[in-house]
Design a protein around this ligand. Structure first.
Ligand code: KG4
Ligand code: ZN
Length: 333
């Protein structure tokens, strides 16, 4: 097969990202326009503002990425775009842009599941060895997936309520840290000690997760300490929270690897940028002889390179879409 260059478009939330990836594994160029500063003052992403910002910037971001790659749309093999899950208005902007490019330049169109994108971000690091377990931990999802070949996904566990990213962001809000709080909790945790007692979320034998309880436990703890006139040691609270969620994640993931006889673990999604999570999985996988792949930070959070990479494996299987391609804000795996 000749070299395949996929142009990826990712606009499912608050980032307009365009990337060109060669043969699914080599990032040629990426441009990301983050809206974080716009949404920060509202304490979270405002969907209407997000979609308007995508409309304003998508053409410019595409041009910039092509310029960085020193390529034109004629050099591109296919257009891959996130079709869901995500914010409806934001997804629509990406999908309509992809259709317009596909039509104008006669390029195949590939609608990509955002979660598949997160998993395939790992292809930018290394090849996959099947069977494997993939743990998706993001602002919208917490899922354990079994894969025995490319593009085959068996969900073996998921959160029953909040995602892990929501828990990070909500705990951050409780201690007055601006959105998105995950990176700051990460930083504080490293500087704090595990001194507060918090329950390990859903500490049972299932592969499911639950993060709403720990959020309430943190709120109650802060409330009780304040009533007693005690200062909250914020860094210790972050370290204690992170310790509890890491225990829940590692216990279930390591058990799944053993039970499904897998020798490889992929971790994906925005929360996999967390250094405490990375360190603990690195240690446990070393001990258990499991190969661990976690993308570089820039491929952990939402990015179009992961969509282009997933798009390549779909391209190989002729998994193309026609112009009836629509969005699905609650798309599952
Ligand atoms: O995957 P992502 O970029 O968007 C979704 O698809 O949801 O994930 C965003 C989430 C946010 O909740 C953010 O707080 C969290 O990832 N996050 C982190 C870190 N960096 C980003 N959480 C913990 N530690 C981090 N270092
Ligand atoms: Zn994501």
């Amino acid at each position: 097969m000749n070299d395949v260059y996929i142009l990826g478009i990712e606009s499912s939330c608050d980032e307009t990202s365009i990337s060109i990836v060669k043969n699914g594994t080599e990032e040629i160029a990426t441009t990301v326009l983050s809206q974080i500063d716009i949404h920060k003052k509202f304490g979270g992403v405002v969907p209407e503002i997000a979609s308007r910002s995508h409309v304003e910037s998508v053409t410019m971001v595409i041009d910039d990425c092509l310029k960085k790659a020193n390529m034109t749309l004629n050099d591109i093999s296919a257009i891959a775009v996130t079709k869901g899950p995500g914010l409806a208005g934001s997804l629509l902007v990406g999908v309509e842009a992809a259709k317009a490019l596909s039509l104008a330049y006669k390029k195949p169109l590939i609608g990509v599941n955002h979660l598949v994108g997160h998993i395939y971000a790992n292809k930018l690091v290394d090849e996959f060895s099947f069977p494997l377990i993939s743990l998706i931990i993001s602002g919208g999802h917490t899922e354990l997936i079994y894969m025995d070949k490319d593009l085959s996904f068996k969900k073996i566990g998921a959160t029953t309520d909040d995602s892990i990213g929501e828990a990070f962001d909500k705990v951050a809000r409780v201690i007055g840290v601006p959105y998105p709080g995950g990176p700051i909790i990460d930083k504080y945790s490293k500087e704090g000690e595990v001194t507060y007692s918090l329950p390990i979320p859903l500490d049972d034998d299932s592969y499911n997760f639950s993060f709403s309880g720990i959020k309430s436990a943190v709120i109650n703890l802060v409330h009780n300490e304040k009533q007693r006139g005690n200062e909250i040691r914020e860094k210790d609270l972050c370290a204690s929270f992170e310790d509890a969620v890491i225990k829940a994640l590692t216990k279930k993931t390591m058990k799944a690897l053993k039970e499904y006889n897998c020798k490889e673990l992929l971790i994906a999604g925005g929360v996999s940028a967390n250094s405490g999570i990375r360190d603990e999985f690195t240690k446990l996988c070393n001990e258990a002889g499991i190969k661990l792949i976690i993308p570089e930070m820039k491929y952990c959070t939402d990015n179009a390179a992961m969509i282009a990479s997933a798009g390549f494996y779909m391209y190989k299987e002729n998994m193309f879409d026609d112009y009836s391609l629509g969005i699905n804000p609650s798309l599952d795996l």
